[in-house]
Design a protein around this ligand. Sequence first.
Ligand code: AMP
Ligand code: MG
Length: 480
Amino acid sequence: MKFNPRYSSLNSKLYHHQMPVPLVGATAGHFNEALADELNWDEQDKTGWVEICSGQKTFDEFPPLAMVYAGHQFGQWAGQLGDGRGLLIAQIIDQHGQIIDLHLKGAGKTPYSRMGDGRAVLRSVIREYLAGHALNALGVPSSNAVGFTTSSQGVQREQLELGAMMLRSSDCHIRLGHFEWINQYAPELLKEFVQKSIEWHYPECLKAEKPVLAFATKVIQNTAIMIAKWQLVGFAHGVMNTDNLNITGSTLDFGPYGFMERFRPNWINNHSDYNGRYTYQQQPSIAHWNLWVWLNNLIPLVANEEKEQFKEELAQCLEHFETTFLEHYKMGLCQKMGLPDFHKESFDCGMAFLRILQSEQLDYTQSFVRLQNKQYTALKDDCLDTRQFDAFLTQYDNIRANQDIYELGIKMTKVNPIYILRNHMAQKAIELAEKGDFSEVDRLFKLLSTPFTPQPERETEQDLAPLPNDMAEVTVSCSS
Ligand code: AMP
Ligand code: MG
């Protein structure tokens, strides 16, 4: 590995150096060798991956540290948070020259653990491991993980579970909540922190006339693009607190996430989300709200007499959210539908299709695949209101008449996954893994590596099956 320990060049108030506390008797769970290669791991690192992914081996080039940050959780100011069970154990240079953070999750208590035990359980580690991998393969910017380990050491949650550790990779662990912490507890650090955030993550903004505004605009646009991609693949993050969104717009900290099965935009996947704040359909407006909170933390950068104008400029930056989101979402939906994005009726037609999926409670992923395969009869057979479907199909055919259907069809195959991580798939892999059998984790890992490609030799019927009509969606507990 090639190191660039840049985070530890920041003021030491922003982190706490400490070593991981390894789980007793850690054993291999799963290793993502292709990712390790991309991250320039050499043979020695790869052979020793279990030691690295269980906190037994750290690197002289990078003393591990826990970051401090703050945040708004479920819309309320939560005060100081921070890495309560994760440590940044390395910043390394990947094959593309990009600096990637390696963050060991479940590495023991830190000064920011509050009431927590600093640990992670196998169930949630497997969920995060597979989902990060799936999102990356789906083309959604996201953290990923090099590997995870487990141990017979018990960790108490609602019940006693197996402990685990996961080595997460991400282009950025600077959260919106970092800026909130600085303003509240160490405002003298704001200027330098913003400057470093720009230098590290948006160096092109340094050349702009107003670098901070260019930076804010980029963060807003990248977040909007990420959310558009979530919506298009049917991903619900589940805990979009300001401490769980970073400044590069790559998905992070998705605990009780869910890939939507039935198209039910107001489905609550997080068991602790009593008011449905973080449902699928709320994600764009919540991201907008989080960014608004974040922008307020940039205001102290200017002198009092400039504040009013600066606030207006920041508000203008935020206007990019809606335009960027809609641009990407509309284009993506047209592509999924096999409709030309320049046609004025394409988006309406896409929405008409979604209304059918919603009213008929059809499977989101399977329905797009059926549309792509021109299985219109199968789609119609699942509808109670067949007239609504016929009206849609007429509109759909009209728009596609005289278009290059072949070309549109090719585009559809690149954006409509055949395989997503349905909750029951993850659940089965977890149950086997808890008995020491990681073969199902491995099968899903491979299946989800190429989600757009049919894999008849690897898939099972259940991977494709929609939820039975009488089965409710699962809500996932936040405790992990
Ligand atoms: P999350 O909602 O998972 O993003 O976590 C919110 C905060 O709680 C973060 O600061 C985490 O580090 C912390 N946290 C979550 N679980 C634990 C745990 N088991 N032990 C210590 N801190 C935790
Ligand atoms: Mg978090």
